[in-house]
Unconditional design. Sequence first.
Length: 116
Amino acid sequence: VQLVESGGGLVQPGGSLRLSCAASGFTFSRYTMRWYRQTAGKERGLVASITSAGGSTYYADSVKGRFTISRDDAKNTAYPQMSSLNAEDTAVYYCNAVRPGSLNYWGQGTQVTVSS
């Protein structure tokens, strides 16, 4: 089982970035996909999630209107599209796959830095 995040990097304030989470080793389409982020000294916090088949999405208040989560079950990949980024969005972003009664899977994380 693997979740591999990519797409992180340095972006200027106000800019956009799209992360990817490529999954393998499990039935991706059956899992809810979540994105968390974590900064030094703070707990990992849920940013956004999308249920299987994209039926329902959730966004933390801090990113609502700026982030859009999506998934492509044909490619076993989940994406958060992030726009209007600011310094408070700087963090390590992790993807997470969850399904009731199944193991919980995590990626290794990708760093996003918003700075001029």
